[in-house]
Design a protein around this ligand. Structure first.
Ligand code: NAD
Ligand code: IPM
Ligand code: MN
Length: 365
């Protein structure tokens, strides 16, 4: 029997609600493939600030580093919004990404036929969209030095950040993106702001020079402002997008809305070696936390990515994805993806319905 250690980081807000559901789905799909999980749950984010006085306790990072894969819910909330930077939940998230070295964040945004009506775009625009955003995750303006608060020469308060990318940081994310594009439809669009920013000028230069290693891939470049517009105008022109940390953050939230809801989008973050980090792209949704309203499908689909990219358990991953499709076919919808004629359910019930469909698969397997 194959056995894996998985660290669960439920986090804050809706995080614990969606992780509880995804854990059960992961267990059951694994069991049907002869896979066993040993779960350990650790605190991070605001929950860890409250319990330990830091957003990423050493114990949590050590457990994550020692495991085979990490499943994260979400962190953050009003309570900690005005904390000093080192006591912010978000700081803990950046620390665990850096601590695990997961520089490549894969954020797929595919419009499922069952959810075309949930998109705010016209059916003919949304239908068939299937994009993979490859976001650089451990560099750029999120991590660049110098950063901080200061004073300008008029004595006014200032806040400043620095975007820095080294050639090797750009090269490694670009190679991942070319490989991803190769397994998809063979098109890669690199998004930058090379008309203004030096970090983007180097980005474009490196991406262009690496293209010769991937002659089978059709490479294009686009400025981020245009990309934001094109994603809404004609999203089907995109296959794989590679971009820096902050542009990837923003464009993936935008892309989520093509699919109907941010509550649908999973992600996988991987590095050169060591465990991957798997998390929905959404946040802790404090506006609906504790009300059993969250859509758990993004986290369930993140568990599928954990199985595929984190553990190489492709069959179990397919089971989870098939169960999500089947549950949508059965008409179940959380509020964020609801449309008339479907059955409105909460987070827990959605989880139960997904579990039921995984169970029913065992008969045919
Ligand atoms: P958010 O993604 O938490 O919420 C944005 C909107 O989407 C809200 O209306 C929310 O109710 C809705 N939403 C999000 N996930 C949903 C789900 N699964 N089902 C149904 N609706 C969902 O973004 P925000 O409001 O800008 O941020 C809230 C907090 O989350 C902040 O503290 C922020 O820093 C943090 N955050 C954390 C992560 C993370 O942990 N990876 C990501 C983004 C934001
Ligand atoms: C995300 C979030 C984080 C990010 C924040 C909470 C640090 O928005 O995971 O997309 O910007 O990366
Ligand atoms: Mn984000």
């Amino acid at each position: 029997k194959r056995s894996y250690n998985v660290t669960l980081l439920p986090g804050d807000g809706i995080g614990p609600e969606v992780v509880a559901v995804a854990k059960d789905v992961l267990s059951l799909a694994g069991a049907l493939e002869g896979v066993e999980f040993r779960f350990q749950e650790k605190l991070m984010g605001g929950a860890a600030v409250d319990a330990y006085g830091v957003p990423l306790p050493e114990e949590t990072l050590a457990a994550a580093q020692a495991s085979d894969a990490v499943l994260l819910g979400a962190i953050g909330g009003y309570k900690w919004d005005n904390n000093e930077k080192h006591l912010k939940p978000e700081t803990g998230l950046l620390q665990i990404r850096a601590g695990l070295g997961v520089f490549a964040n894969l954020r797929p945004a595919a419009v499922l036929p069952q959810l075309v009506d949930a998109s705010t775009l016209k059916k003919e625009v949304a239908e068939g969209v299937d994009i993979m955003v490859v976001r650089e995750l451990t560099g750029g303006i999120y991590f660049g030095q110098p950063r901080g608060f200061g004073k300008n020469d008029k004595g006014e308060d200032t806040g400043f950040n620095t975007e820095v990318y080294s050639a090797s940081e750009i090269d490694r994310i670009t190679r991942v993106a070319f490989e991803v594009a190769r397994k998809r439809r063979g098109k890669l669009c690199s998004v930058d702001k090379a008309n203004v920013l030096e970090a983007s000028m180097l980005w474009r230069k490196r991406v262009t020079s690496l293209a010769s290693e991937f002659p089978d891939i059709e490479l294009s470049h686009m400025y981020v402002d245009n990309a934001a517009m094109q994603l809404i105008r004609n999203p089907k022109q995109f296959d794989t997008i590679v971009t820096n940390n902050i542009f990837g953050d923003i464009l993936s939230d935008e892309a989520s809305m093509l699919t109907g809801s941010i509550g649908m989008l999973p992600s996988a973050s991987v590095g050169e070696s060591g465990p991957g980090l798997f998390e929905p792209i959404h946040g802790s949704a404090p506006d609906i936390a504790g009300q059993d309203k969250a859509n758990p499908l993004a986290t369930i689909l993140s568990a599928a990515m954990l199985l595929r990219y984190g553990l190489g358990e492709e069959n179990a991953a397919k089971r989870v994805e098939a169960a999500v499709t089947e549950t949508l076919n059965n008409g179940f919808r959380t509020g964020d993806i609801y449309s008339p004629g479907t059955t409105l359910v909460g987070c827990k019930r959605m989880g139960e319905e997904v579990l039921k469909t995984v169970e029913s698969q065992s008969a045919v397997a």
